[in-house]
Design a protein around this ligand. Structure first.
Ligand SMILES: [Zn+2]
Length: 408
């Protein structure tokens, strides 16, 4: 069984972390900034050393390609992103790119030649903190986000994505956008507390939660807090209070369901006035689209019933956003599980609660992800940290899955 060179991988991560290093021990490499370019240049120098060709598509996605015997075959791809949050950590995104590089380096060490080429892709602007939205490069790549609209997007100083791509020489070949990919595997830190809490080394990621967002308005009648008897009121907060617990109870459907009310505003917001309006937001999540639809229907039913309880009360709901659940490719998920098993790493199946470039890639190619723990589940934070052993374990599982795909 092949193993990655753990010290080489760790040293590369630590060298990359010197670029845009922050005082708090984290990284700041905002998308398409000079620091982002320096990070990309370092990655390019490493990939070139082992014979990779370097290319960009027209939204600046950086593609390092390790040639195969038959380069007309679609590549197997790995990757993630090199850009960070303003106060980002040393592992979010970077890990997936450099673990992919380490897999290519290891195959190169063994003079391994596959039929098909192997790619590591550093997606442009995954974080979305300088230019909205997040996962920009992979979204444009698969055609989910519009290229022209994306190029015209500006940062807070009015600098456009297009001008930054041109400045750095990243406005590459349109033909590379959405080029066929045989399979895509992304390694990433979990960015949550579950693996550490369960004392597992590898997260076999089976998919990504579906998300539904809503705005809800509850209306009543504003009256004076003194003269109006309780039984003669239509207090919007009273109705909203019943609704809050009923809405949270929707998530009792099973252990994978989530329901969150994150915003809650009372009008007119005066101590001695019975509230006439409460607005709240609801975020429902589930990895299974049918279950999520059941939750959606339950929420709509709750709001409908709420209106008929008493004269003077009404409630309305608006559907704001739907991001369907993603189920990763079964064969790839199996080979990741087998890789963890063969290396005797502890592992568990896990559903990603956060978005990743892999979500978009899963729409055009068989896709899966490998998670490793991060201390305390902390991410998007300078304190973000992962252990060297876990970093190496995730890369070994990635190598195992890539090697299996290439030799099947
Ligand atoms: Zn990330």
């Amino acid at each position: 069984m092949m193993h990655v060179d753990g010290n080489r991988l760790w040293d590369s991560l630590m060298r990359m972390a010197e670029i845009g290093a922050t005082k708090g021990g984290g990284n700041c490499r905002l998308a398409l900034s000079n620091q982002d370019k320096m990070g990309r240049d370092l990655f390019i120098s490493w990939a070139s050393e082992i014979g990779c060709s370097i290319d960009f598509d027209d939204v600046g996605n950086l593609i390092a390609r390790y040639p195969g015997l038959n380069n007309t075959l679609p590549p197997i791809a790995m990757g993630s992103h090199l850009d960070t949050q303003p106060n980002g950590g040393r592992f979010d995104g970077v890990y997936g790119v450099l673990a992919g590089l380490e897999v290519m380096r290891t195959l190169h060490d063994h003079s391994f030649k596959a039929e098909r080429p192997i790619e590591v892709i550093a997606w442009t602007n995954e974080e979305g903190s300088r230019f909205p939205p997040a996962m920009m490069g992979s979204g444009v790549f698969i055609g989910e986000l519009d290229l022209d609209h994306t190029l015209a997007t500006t940062d807070a100083n009015g600098v456009s994505v297009e001008s930054e791509l041109e400045r750095h020489g990243y406005k590459g070949k349109p033909s590379l956008r959405n080029h066929p990919i045989a399979a895509y595997i992304e390694a990433h830190i979990e960015q949550g507390p579950i693996l550490e809490n369960q004392d597992k080394t590898i997260g076999v990621v089976t998919g990504v939660q579906g998300i539904r967002w809503y705005n809800i308005e509850v209306h009543g009648v504003a009256t004076h807090a003194g003269p109006t008897p309780m039984e003669m009121r239509s207090d919007a907060l009273e109705l909203a209070s019943h609704l809050v617990l009923d809405i949270l109870a929707i998530a009792k459907i099973d252990g994978d369901a989530r329901a969150t009310i994150g915003e809650f505003n009372i009008s007119p917001g005066s101590r001695n006035v019975v509230p006439d309006k409460v607005s709240l937001t609801v975020d429902l999540r589930h990895p299974n689209s049918e279950t999520l639809l059941t939750m959606h229907n339950q929420l709509h039913e709750l709001i409908e019933q709420a209106c008929v309880k008493k004269n003077g009360w009404s409630a309305k709901i608006s559907d704001i956003w739907y991001s369907p659940p993603v189920n990763f490719d079964r064969n790839l998920v199996d080979s990741i599980r087998n890789g963890a098993n063969d290396h005797n790493y502890s592992y568990m199946e896990i559903v990603s609660g956060a978005g990743h470039d892999a979500v978009y890639l899963s729409k055009v190619s068989p896709t899966s992800m490998i998670f490793i723990p991060c201390a305390g589940g902390v991410s998007h934070n300078e304190a973000e940290s992962a252990s060297k052993d876990d970093v190496i374990a995730g890369a070994n599982v990635l190598l195992h899955a890539i090697h299996k795909f290439l030799t099947e």
